[in-house]
Design a protein around this ligand. Structure first.
Ligand code: 13P
Ligand code: SF4
Length: 314
């Protein structure tokens, strides 16, 4: 057996012993993707955390995702293999900044992307992910002003689809904001037959959506969450795709569609936080019961309602 196979065997054994569930985001490194019990988008993983009856959830993803699991499943022990696995987008708004923003717009409804800290969620009315942001905004009365945070590109995309004016925070993900129109135009020239799959956090999402909605005569403009991109890759008749998001998703796409070709829009779109979660750290997490992510009870209570709303608007 190789060292990796031995490690995976040990992980499976420890998982049984601890009655644990291993969740992993679509951006994980390949060997972690191949080892987790459930691989998915932020929304799919939150649903899994809500539905499980295990004792321990090991979250192979970034910190805000583990926090969300701790809020949804307060009686479970939630562990993250590396506590430094953060998120630049979640860091782009603090709870103090949000309180100040709310004070300037006292009647507004606050819609927060799931990529936020628990403290920010606790100050929000709704949470959303990239797969249900449009539905969440559509569920709010047209009379209401909406403060949308923290991602300006997702906000712009939601404005475009819903036709509503949102007040949008000036935040972005450092990985997705560098995926721009130039990358996509170049890739389109290189692979003229390829279908575009674009994550709404990308720097080009609004302009690309307008263009592709026009060219392809489709409503969503080929903009999808990671879960939506994977679904589209499987159901589409195209056999070649340009993928505009974090490159980790390509492993799963290629595995699920061995006869199709996938090209990253930008090879450098790599999230160093997601890559901090290695097989070795996953093993140690199970073996040494580290590192617990526990949102304090009072904060968790306040953050629960916006998350519940997100889960019910699927
Ligand atoms: P999804 O919600 O589409 O899985 O994306 C999460 C994320 O962190 C994007 O960078
Ligand atoms: Fe955060 Fe961007 Fe990494 Fe996603 S890709 S976890 S939004 S830093």
């Amino acid at each position: 057996k190789t060292k990796t196979e031995e490690l995976v065997d040990e992980i499976q054994k420890l998982k049984e012993e601890r009655n644990a569930l291993i969740l992993g985001h679509n951006y994980m490194v390949p060997e972690v993707q191949d080892t987790v019990d459930f691989l998915g988008s932020s929304l799919q993983l939150a649903h899994q955390a809500a539905d499980t009856d295990v004792d321990v959830i090991i979250f192979c993803g970034v910190h805000f995702m583990a926090e969300t699991a701790s809020i949804i499943a307060p009686d479970k022990r939630v562990l993250i293999p590396d506590l430094d696995a953060g998120c630049s987008l979640a860091d782009s708004i603090t709870v103090e900044q949000l309180r100040e923003w709310k004070a300037q717009h006292p009647d507004a409804v606050v819609v927060s992307y799931v990529n936020t800290t628990a403290a920010v969620k606790a100050e929000s009315d709704y949470c959303c992910t990239s797969s249900n942001a449009v539905d969440v905004v559509n569920s709010i009365s047209e009379e209401k002003e909406i403060l949308f945070l923290p991602d300006k590109f997702l906000g712009g995309y939601v404005e475009m689809v819903t036709g509503r004016d949102l007040t949008i925070w000036d935040g972005a993900c450092h990985v997705h904001e560098k995926i721009g129109e130039v990358n996509l135009s170049e890739k389109q020239e290189e692979h003229p037959e390829a279908e575009m799959l674009i994550h709404p956090e990308c720097g080009c999402s609004t302009s690309c959506m307008m263009k592709s909605a026009m060219y392809f005569d489709c409503e969503d403009g080929h903009i999808h969450s990671t879960g939506g991109m994977l679904e589209q890759a499987q159901k589409s008749d195209s056999d070649e795709f340009v993928v505009a998001t974090e490159t980790g998703i390509l492993h799963r796409m290629r595995k699920e569609n061995p006869d199709k070709k996938f090209h990253p829009a930008n090879e450098d779109a790599v999230c160093e936080y997601m890559k901090m979660i290695t097989l070795e750290k996953l093993h140690d997490s199970l073996k040494y019961d580290q590192h617990e992510v526990k949102v304090p009870e009072e904060l968790a209570k306040r953050a629960h309602l916006p998350i519940e709303r997100m889960l019910s608007i699927a």
